[in-house]
Design a protein around this ligand. Structure first.
Ligand code: ACO
Length: 315
């Protein structure tokens, strides 16, 4: 049978999120490692984070996020892309495959490993799937259980990360609301941020990642503006990966962008890697910050090193 393949317009039609209930404050961490609420808050902007229980898997966090999305927007799914650095199983089956079984989806199911840029990458892959009619309703998920890969004796890293999941649905649209993506990598930095295969925990060169982040956030914003004939005043919100408040403050100052244009919630969730951007989007939608017609820029950066962004019009 002939299968029709023509390029279609796409849009994000729904979002949803899930944060595990257990809150871990900076003071609680200070009872485990040599740190303080004052140091963590002043150097990162983080006040607390969520950690999932030991028995809760990344796919369970993701499933709960999808249920939240389906409560807001009942839908059938025929494609799943899950961005994660902390899959239930090393290698396979993917988190997306586990979700495909639970959601009874028979379309493509695949995980994306691109560190904290995973959601930005996955969104573009989902856009291409729907645009090319490979699938019609594709879930793009960011889901992480980073508490499982923390070295609780390393104060340089264990204070920075949290758990959570969120999902966005991509569907065909009568007008183009997904304007562009800028997707990049910088392979020379592959050792700057790793989950070590022997110890199973995160290792990080904090300073070099920080410098990289400030530089590539600006590069991504500039590229998306220039390619689309826009200026920063045309953008209503920048939703950056939530790694460190100081990275965003430095970027805003150096490139003269109002800090209020960047949506931040790192104070409550810390760095949830691939989940941080969609968690922010779901929160912005449920608190009424996202309005029809607004131009939104998502900007990610992280392990790989990878970076990039997406330019959307909110539906
Ligand atoms: N509590 C107290 N002291 C600490 C802590 C802590 N939790 N962590 C580090 N320190 C100490 C260090 O040991 C160091 O002490 P020393 O000078 O006696 O050696 C001192 O603080 C200063 O260390 P710096 O590295 O200079 O601190 P900086 O101000 O750069 O902040 C940080 C460190 C927060 C890690 C910063 O470099 C950063 O945010 N980097 C980017 C990290 C990041 O975003 N990673 C994720 C990327 S996304 C992904 O894909 C996972």
């Amino acid at each position: 049978m002939h299968h029709e393949r023509s390029f279609r317009h796409v849009q994000i039609t729904a979002v949803g999120s899930y944060l595990p209930p257990k809150v871990v404050t900076n003071d609680e961490l200070a009872s485990m490692v040599e740190t303080s609420d004052q140091w963590i808050t002043s150097h990162t902007g983080i006040r607390e984070r969520r950690w999932a229980d030991e028995g809760t898997t990344t796919s369970e966090l993701a499933y709960q996020a999808v249920l939240d999305l389906q409560r807001r927007h009942p839908c059938q799914i025929d494609g799943i892309i899950c961005a994660t650095a902390t899959p239930d199983h090393p290698g396979f089956p993917s988190v997306a495959s586990i979700l495909a079984e639970r959601l009874q989806s028979r379309g493509p199911a695949v995980d994306v490993a691109a560190g904290c840029t995973g959601f930005v990458y996955a969104l573009e892959m989902g856009r291409l799937m729907v645009a090319s009619a490979l699938a019609t309703s594709v879930l793009i998920i960011g889901a992480e259980k980073l508490s499982a890969v923390l070295d609780l004796e390393d104060r340089n890293t264990c204070v920075l990360f949290g758990d959570g999941a969120a999902a966005a649905l991509i569907e065909a649209s009568s007008e183009e609301l997904f304007l562009d993506s800028y997707i990049k990598s910088e392979g020379g930095g592959s050792r700057a941020l790793t989950i070590d295969p022997n110890s199973g925990v995160i290792t990080m060169e904090g300073r070099s990642v920080y410098t990289f982040a400030v530089r590539v956030i600006a590069e991504t914003i500039d590229a998306l503006l220039a390619r689309n004939g826009l200026s920063i005043g045309d953008i209503d919100w920048i939703v950056p990966h939530q790694a460190n408040l100081r990275i965003i403050a430095a970027c805003a100052k150096r490139y003269e962008i109002a800090e209020e244009k960047f949506y931040m919630n790192i104070d409550r969730y810390a760095n949830t890697s691939a989940a941080s951007i969609p968690i922010a989007l779901a929160e912005m939608e449920s608190t009424g910050l996202l309005k029809k017609g607004q131009r939104i820029m998502l900007v990610g950066f992280g392990a790989g090193l990878t970076y990039g962004g997406n330019l959307l019009i909110w539906r």
